[in-house]
Design a protein. Structure first.
Length: 282
């Protein structure tokens, strides 16, 4: 998705003073690997929360579920600000220079962002949730100061800079409880590592989420089946304008019912694209 406009609060004098204080602390070599003793406040401004809520329509940036009806907007740091979980240990410092960087801030639901025990389609319950995780292929490229993050190769997908459809695919049209599951897309015969890592870190296979995606799929597929039926009817009566109009209306109904403002946009796009390719060829 395009990067939304940053709120004015992140350019305020107060926000700049905070950045200056943090930078001054880490300018001392003795503090290079220390926890910042102060607080990060600029990213908590109500303008930031509102801008993220508006940009994502009250949806989680990771799982695309509407959370706005049941919980406030949690401002999540793509690259953790204070410390990073490495080999199971919370290790300072984090990406402190990105603590109030607009491109590093995303809205997240509790289940994607907070480590908690979750049920998954296969196996015993496991603890999952992003929190301070930011996995890389190698710790040798872990950034410790401003600008070094450009040399990293994140294993998590960012909704502004990555196309999730290149790394993730959704199970549908099996008629089983597998519908609604998510899995890494295979790229040149191999699973996308970034897709698999994002699924695991953000718990995108948790049972409640899978069930919700399945309910979404049932409605979507039902409308798509109407499209297929109307197309078949129009093909049997090529000169009937009413049959042609009914087919066109069915296509419009899909696009108007499932818009980019709805939940699970990535899954919806994949399913509609695959269904229409099957129906029309290509």
């Amino acid at each position: 998705m395009p990067i939304p406009q940053a709120p004015a609060s992140l350019s305020s004098a107060a926000a700049q003073r905070e950045r200056t204080r943090i930078a001054a602390f880490y300018a001392d070599p003795a503090n290079e690997f220390a926890r910042y003793p102060g607080t990060f406040n600029a990213y908590k401004h109500e303008q930031v929360r509102q801008a993220l809520k508006d940009a994502f329509g009250g949806r989680c940036a990771y799982c695309e579920t509407f959370y706005d009806a049941t919980q406030p907007t949690a401002v999540e740091h793509f690259r953790p600000k204070g410390e990073v979980t490495i080999a199971g240990q919370r290790t300072p410092p984090g990406y402190w220079w990105l603590a109030s960087n607009w491109n590093n801030l995303l809205p997240s639901c509790t289940d994607c962002n907070s480590p908690r025990k979750q049920d998954f389609p296969a196996g015993l319950p496991a603890t999952a949730g992003k929190a301070n995780a930011f996995p890389l292929p190698t710790e040798k490229r872990r950034a410790h100061r401003d600008g070094e993050e450009k040399n990293e190769r994140p294993l998590l997908l960012h909704p502004y800079f990555d196309d999730p459809e290149e790394h993730l695919e959704f199970v549908w049209d099996t008629g089983t409880v597998d519908d609604g599951q998510i899995r890494p897309r295979r790229i040149r015969g191999r699973e996308s590592v970034r897709g698999r890592t994002t699924i695991e870190v953000c718990a995108l296979q948790r049972l409640g989420l899978v069930a919700n995606r399945r309910r979404h799929l049932i409605k979507l597929v039902a409308l798509l089946e109407v499209v297929a039926q109307r197309k078949a009817e129009a093909a049997k009566a090529p000169g009937d304008p009413d049959a042609r109009k009914a087919f066109e209306d069915a296509v419009v109904a899909v696009r108007e019912t499932f818009t980019d403002d709805d939940e699970y946009v990535a899954m919806t796009h994949q399913v509609i694209k695959a269904f229409f390719a099957r129906l029309f060829g290509g």
